[in-house]
Design a protein around this ligand. Structure first.
Ligand code: ARG
Length: 582
């Protein structure tokens, strides 16, 4: 149980002693610091329950609180709002508890098994700016849900199956018609067959093939046939497809690595397709499939709908699977392999209809038990100044690599060249760039669009990743300079800002719980900024290392230690690395 819950329980006990039974106390940080650190609004609710005057109830509660030395300056405002301030001894206790066990800032949840689908990279296409938010936010929520005690798996869910792969392999065939993969008389192993294609080639081949297919019907038809060959595991075609997937996957992994995004599972749409026969049987048996112009569809409308809900395309007339069906097969695959309690999908908001159709069809045939939660979490986009998804200077799709480089150019300018050697500079510029990009992406609510502003994101001042890193590194170096301290316990508080820091720390469990419930990191991003700025104010007001009062110096360093540990923990949740120096 967290320090905040402990405090709530203690107050609940006192309210009970005053004669009132209460279940969920409403203890809140007060917006009116002049009246008290916390506010309690329960007298109003209790008044209804007990048919009494709220003011009378508040007075009864205050009497009990006043007899407890942990609470000071207790007063009643208006009809019965109770203002409470915590004693310094209690706040010192807060620091000491967190110092000994940082888990006291966390309220664990009832452990659930959760699969998070937040990759969605497409094989042979470069990761682009639209892949940033799902990866970034999905990874952080995975880390947060784990921290809160859940059993969580992240899945990259690669787009490795559809027509784009048919197009790419067709174009490779045009470039290298004599490759053994395309030679029907070849009977040897493909393992040692050289494929003279790099990832950079793939990234050029796909747009080329895609453009050709739009102009040339025959070319498109050929690509369709190759797609079918891949999906039917036809020798040669299936083998070159596997090789292409490997080449592309290695590059995709590298980009995700740069963003500190790590998937436990690297399943692809192709893995799910293996479950199609079983899925098909479930759908056939349940009688929900309808024929429509040679295709099979599922009606997923509901009477309560007030916007159009098109049917789900289950099987195309040419026998290939739709994007929706691949997702249905993926649900079946996940159920059989992992039996999750919840599946969360992070994608751009534009895929909302897709997921609504998929979930409705899944429920119709009871693909998973009713208790299993399927949730799409729609995300806003990162836009350019024109309000449209951020593009390259010449108006093209911005790759994720390109985006990272752009931010890195900016953070490089701000690296301290006097203390950081040239070999280290690039690595540090990269770490700071990733922090800048990620933090800026967390700051707005996840459903809200925002604008890419590189100078602002990379700034060392203000609500930015670099500000947090710079401040946290400074805490670390301060701690390193005070080697004589044993970091056992805080002795005293000396100023108002120290008390404010304690209150902020007390509130941390609430921020974590709210974030996981909202599936958004904006509150954690704001929280880190608040705690860090409060700490910096404290830092600037005091000469910590040269303080002559030993007990005070030790107390200040302990405060620093606690804030440093919290920053470390939360930056790690956000997937932001702290460089050695910057
Ligand atoms: N590959 C897809 C795309 O680029 C995203 C996949 C999202 N996940 C899912 N289970 N559909 O649009």
């Amino acid at each position: 149980m967290s320090i905040f819950k402990d405090l709530n329980k203690d107050i609940e006990m006192l309210v009970k002693e005053a004669g009132y039974d209460i279940e969920n106390l409403s203890l809140q940080i007060s917006g009116r610091k002049d009246l008290g650190q916390f506010q309690l609004n329960d007298a109003m609710t209790l008044a209804k329950k007990y048919g009494k005057n709220p003011r009378q109830i508040a007075e009864d509660i205050v009497l009990k609180l006043s007899n407890d030395s942990r609470f000071t300056n207790i007063n009643i405002a208006g009809p019965g709002f109770i203002n409470i301030t915590l004693s310094d001894n209690y706040l010192i206790e807060v620091f000491n508890t967190v110092l000994n066990n940082i888990n006291s800032c966390i309220d664990k949840q009832l452990a659930k098994k959760i699969i998070i689908d937040y990759g969605g990279a497409n094989v042979s296409k470069a990761l682009h700016v639209g892949h940033l938010r799902p990866a970034n936010i999905g990874e952080a929520l995975k880390r947060l849900a784990k921290l809160l005690g859940n059993n969580v798996l992240g899945d990259a869910h690669l787009g490795d199956y559809g027509r784009p792969l048919g197009l790419v392999i067709l174009e490779i065939k045009k470039m290298y018609p004599n490759l053994a993969f395309f030679d029907e008389t070849y009977t040897g192993s493909y393992e040692d067959v050289d494929l003279p294609i790099t990832n950079a080639d793939l990234e050029k081949i796909y747009p080329l093939a895609s453009a050709k297919s739009k102009e040339d019907e025959e070319y498109l038809e050929e690509a369709r046939k190759i797609t079918a060959k891949i999906q039917n595991h036809v020798r040669g075609y299936y083998d070159i497809w596997k090789r292409v997937v490997e080449i592309s996957k290695a590059d995709i992994k590298q980009v995700y690595d740069r963003l500190n995004v790590n998937f436990e599972l690297w399943q692809g749409e192709s893995d799910a397709a293996e479950y199609f026969p079983e899925l098909n049987e479930i759908f056939e048996k349940s009688g929900v499939l309808e024929e429509s112009e040679g295709a099979k569809i599922v009606d997923v409308k509901k009477e309560t709908d007030n916007s159009p809900m098109p049917p789900l395309l289950f099987l195309r007339s040419n026998g290939t699977l739709s994007y929706q069906t691949t997702d249905l097969a993926t649900i079946l695959e996940r159920k059989k392999k992992y039996d999750p309690d919840e599946i969360w999908y992070f994608t751009d908001a534009r895929q909302s209809l897709h997921f609504e159709q998929v979930f409705r069809a899944a429920r119709k045939v009871k693909l998973v038990e009713d208790r299993v939660i399927l949730e799409h979490i729609p995300l806003g986009t990162m836009n350019g100044k024109d309000g449209k998804p951020f593009k390259t200077r010449d108006g093209g799709v911005m790759s994720l690599k390109g985006l990272i480089e752009l931010v890195k150019e900016e953070t490089k300018k701000r690296i301290d060249t006097t203390t950081i050697s040239e070999e280290k500079r690039d690595k540090i510029a990269e770490q700071v760039a990733i922090a800048a990009l990620k933090y800026a992406d967390f700051l707005p609510y996840r459903g809200t669009d925002y604008i890419f502003e590189v100078e602002k994101f990379a700034d060392l001042e203000g609500k930015t990743g670099p500000y947090l890193l710079y401040s946290t590194i400074r805490m670390k170096s301060l701690l390193a300079k005070a080697k004589d301290i044993k970091y056992e316990k805080m002795h005293m508080l000396n100023s108002e800002i120290e008390r404010e820091i304690a209150i902020t720390i007390l509130n941390m469990p609430n921020i974590l719980t709210k974030s996981v419930e909202a599936k958004s990191l904006n509150e954690i991003a704001e929280y880190l900024y608040k705690l860090t700025s409060q700490y910096n104010k404290f830092y600037n007001e005091n000469k910590i290392l040269v303080e002559e009062n030993e007990l005070l110096r030790e107390s200040w360093l302990i405060l620093t230690n606690v804030v440093y540990n919290i920053n470390n923990l939360l930056l790690d949740v956000l997937g932001i690395e702290i460089p050695e120096k910057m």
